[in-house]
Design a protein around this ligand. Structure first.
Ligand SMILES: CC(C)(COP(=O)(O)OP(=O)(O)OC[C@H]1O[C@@H](n2cnc3c(N)ncnc32)[C@H](O)[C@@H]1OP(=O)(O)O)[C@@H](O)C(=O)NCCC(=O)NCCS
Length: 166
């Protein structure tokens, strides 16, 4: 069988994707170590966020679909000052097969088209796979937020600030 990226379709999310998108987000939040969100997830709030991103012309919500199943997602929101803030994830079991690369390339294209001058994000310092993906596509490390985010277990985590000038 072809690798996942070759079989993947990257497209804009639709209303009928919302349930799956929330489920996928919860699955990655449950891992507890890659994204900011932790369990228990406020599913209604997340659903609203995704839904708004679909209809806001200053935002985009993209999905990566393989064989009819959504296994990755990227969202961006363009601030008034021209910076597009990025969040993304790929389902466990589907990582390392080029889907993140495909999603991020499409996201960067959207940001360019939307008139952004920069794409920005924050990532945990231990998230080697994400940092490698961002650096592969030209993002640079711009700084470190020290002991910035309080986790539900009380730990204070650093975050790396990264950016791509378009
Ligand atoms: C980060 C993430 C989106 C990357 O998606 P992916 O589909 O695994 O990425 P790709 O397969 O396209 O790999 C992209 C690059 O990342 C690097 N990479 C991938 N997996 C890696 C790993 N386990 N360790 C180190 N580098 C890795 C490689 O440089 C790879 O490029 P290459 O294959 O051309 O060498 C995915 O790992 C993920 O969803 N993680 C959990 C959620 C998350 O961390 N989201 C981002 C929060 S800031």
């Amino acid at each position: 069988m072809q690798p996942a990226a070759a079989r993947a379709v990257v497209r804009r999310a639709r209303d009928q994707d919302l349930d799956r998108l929330v489920e996928l987000f919860a699955e990655v939040a449950a891992e507890g170590r890659w994204i900011g969100a932790e369990l228990p997830l406020d599913r209604e709030r997340r659903r609203r966020h995704f839904s708004e991103a679909m209809y806001d012309e200053r935002a985009v919500l993209l999905v990566a679909e393989v064989d009819g199943r959504i296994v990755g997602q990227l969202d961006m929101e363009l601030a008034r000052y021209g910076v597009a803030d990025l969040g993304m994830l790929v389902a466990p079991g589907w990582r390392g097969q080029g889907l993140g690369t495909a999603l991020l390339r499409a996201g960067i294209d959207w940001a360019r088209g939307a008139g952004a001058h920069k794409v920005a994000l924050q990532v945990w310092p231990h998230n080697q796979a994400a940092i490698a993906l961002y650096e592969k596509l030209g993002f640079q490390r711009e700084g470190l937020l020290r002991r910035h985010y309080r986790r539900r277990n009380g730990e204070l985590w650093d975050a790396v600030v990264m950016g791509l000038l378009l």
